[in-house]
Design a protein around this ligand. Structure first.
Ligand code: NAG
Ligand code: NAG
Ligand code: NAG
Length: 505
């Protein structure tokens, strides 16, 4: 009845007890701003920005939470700023145009590490490095059991914290964080009929500081990116923050050219994400982390959250600084905004003059003299909690029914169509499984779904085709772990029927 494929991927078994998924369905703006890396001045490249409307060259906790400020996210208490570089399609003749974004962004807050702490007020961080132009590992990743249990090599982990998910709703979905660089244009034309989902995983081990000089070394990835051992000195456990954005790369199918990220990266390994904590208070976020543990991941299942409509969120934009008003960030235009050179690698990208900054006028010229200011910190390591590592249990099973078995719901904001009363779930004794299922938005799980005893849905993912939206539930199957049962583990055993709810993306 169903096709099954096994992939090696980063998804793990073990300790995730809960999560929620923050939808921020519209951008607050697209422009050359990066108040973390380029605070107070023009950023070197264009970003697509969501979240708090108090964004700008100097955005921080206070400006994002200034009285009366808005958010483009659905939870009104979350004014955090979330941003990533913008992808462009560059035709062979050099004309570049922004790739349209589909459905806004999702920011997942997943509790993979134990005892997650709220990001403190003033906290900000960067994940990834815009200058990297090569991926050094095999594809697909080797089995998790072969990964170092020592997280000292943050470069290794950072490269695997990037995902480009080739979307084709007629085929078996790829797992999260499966490929770590952009597929070739030819591959996308042949396979990614529904576009590309960009994924960025943030470090979740912290040293307790809200920031650091390079905006990276106060946080670190645990040994398996999502979970595992934290490096020595990084004993604060934050939620695992994971950004998803979908881009309509399929609109360029058959065209000659290439996809290039805004910083002149046609490889994809320079993909990165930025986050400024802008929840109304750290206390509120802590309360949410402690109490919003419904395994559905739906923000509507957390009574603390005040939810606004997407129409209200869409009105939230930040004031574009005057210095950027003449930037044509959408195109079509000649070359990337604003004349940023494309650098193919594999050697790291070098700095270029930034148009509009002091001493540089309207055009920026390639330079060969720059060096990266994004150095990865060197870390030492002591095994923190080996019993939670569960490396031997790694691996993903992607499982979906054959024969067009996906359910459908109506257009976003519209009425639901009748659910197709079929479903599929699977269990596996060696890892997570992704199950696609069909169910009306408000009904309880059909009987067929209770087949996999001990399975828990710990995360979900969405696929969209036209007006049809399908939720893929990431199911945690029963595994043997040697950890002493904690509150989280006990909770896991009590998760139940929320496995297969459909929602709008
Ligand atoms: C470059 O090619 C594209 C696709 O054929 C076309 O739309 C665009 O106008 C061309 N640009 C120039 C400057 O000729
Ligand atoms: C989590 O908190 C509980 C209760 O405070 C404590 O017993 C446990 O050791 C903590 N676990 C970790 C990994 O810090
Ligand atoms: C790959 O990228 C890394 C990090 O930027 C760099 O150190 C290395 O030299 C690059 N490899 C090649 C072959 O250029």
């Amino acid at each position: 009845m169903r096709s099954q494929a096994t992939f090696t991927a980063l998804t793990l078994v073990g300790s995730a007890a809960a999560f929620w998924r923050m939808p921020c369905r519209s951008q607050t703006g697209v422009g050359r701003l990066d108040p973390i890396m380029d605070a107070g001045s023009i950023s070197g490249h264009v970003h697509s920005i969501s979240g708090g409307g108090g964004f700008g060259f100097n955005a921080d906790f206070d400006s994002l939470n200034a009285p009366g400020s808005c958010t483009s996210c659905e939870v009104t208490q979350d004014h955090s700023a979330y941003w990533t570089p913008t992808p462009y399609f560059m035709y062979d003749n050099g004309t570049a145009v922004m790739v349209p974004q589909v459905g806004g962004m999702l920011a997942y807050y997943l509790y993979y590490l134990q005892n997650v702490s709220a990001f403190p007020e003033g906290f900000q961080m960067v994940a990834g490095d815009p200058n990297i132009r090569n991926f050094t590992g095999p594809f697909p990743d080797t089995d998790l059991s072969s990964w170092p249990t020592d997280p000292t090599d943050q470069f290794f982990l950072q490269q695997r914290a990037i995902g480009f998910n080739c979307l084709n709703y007629a085929k078996t979905p790829e797992p999260s964080l499966y490929r770590h660089q952009l597929p070739s244009k030819e591959y996308m034309d042949a396979n990614c009929a529904d576009g590309l989902r960009f994924e960025m995983a943030f470090p979740s081990c912290g040293n307790g500081q809200p920031d650091s000089k390079n905006h990276k070394s106060h946080v670190a990835y645990p040994s398996l990116v999502k979970e595992g051992n934290c490096p020595k000195g990084y004993d604060t456990h934050y939620p695992f923050l994971f950004y998803e954005t979908i881009w309509a790369t399929n609109q360029f199918s058959g065209e000659n050219g290439k996809f290039v990220l805004s910083m002149g990266d046609p490889v994809g390994t320079g993909y990165h994400g930025d986050f400024i904590m802008g929840w109304e208070s750290a206390d509120f976020l802590q309360k949410a982390l402690d109490t919003c543990t419904n395994p559905s991941g739906q923000i509507s299942d957390c009574p603390l959250f005040d939810i606004q409509s997407d129409a209200v969120g869409a009105k939230c934009t930040f004031d574009m600084p005057d210095a950027l008003k003449d930037d044509d960030v959408f195109g079509p235009r000649d070359g990337l905004p604003v004349n940023i050179p494309v650098q193919d690698g594999p050697e790291p990208a070098t700095a270029y003059a930034v148009a509009g900054r002091a001493g540089v006028s309207t055009s920026s010229l390639p330079s060969t003299t720059g060096t990266s200011s994004w150095a990865v910190p060197t870390l030492s390591y002591t095994p923190a909690n080996p019993s939670l590592t569960s490396t031997a249990l790694g691996g993903i099973v992607v499982d979906r029914p054959t024969g067009g078995n996906y359910g459908s719901i109506g257009p976003a904001g519209g009425k639901s169509e009748p659910a197709v009363p079929t479903s599929s779930s699977s269990s596996s004794d060696d890892g997570w499984s992704f199950s696609s299922s069909t169910e009306a938005p408000t009904t309880t799980a059909p009987a067929a779904l209770s087949s996999s005893d001990g399975a828990d849905i710990i995360a979900t993912s969405y696929i969209t085709t036209g007006n049809t939206i399908v939720e893929l539930a990431i199911e945690q199957v029963e595994v043997t772990v040697t950890a002493t049962p904690s509150a989280g583990v006990k909770h896991k055993r009590h998760m139940d029927k929320h496995r297969h709810a459909h929602r709008r993306r």
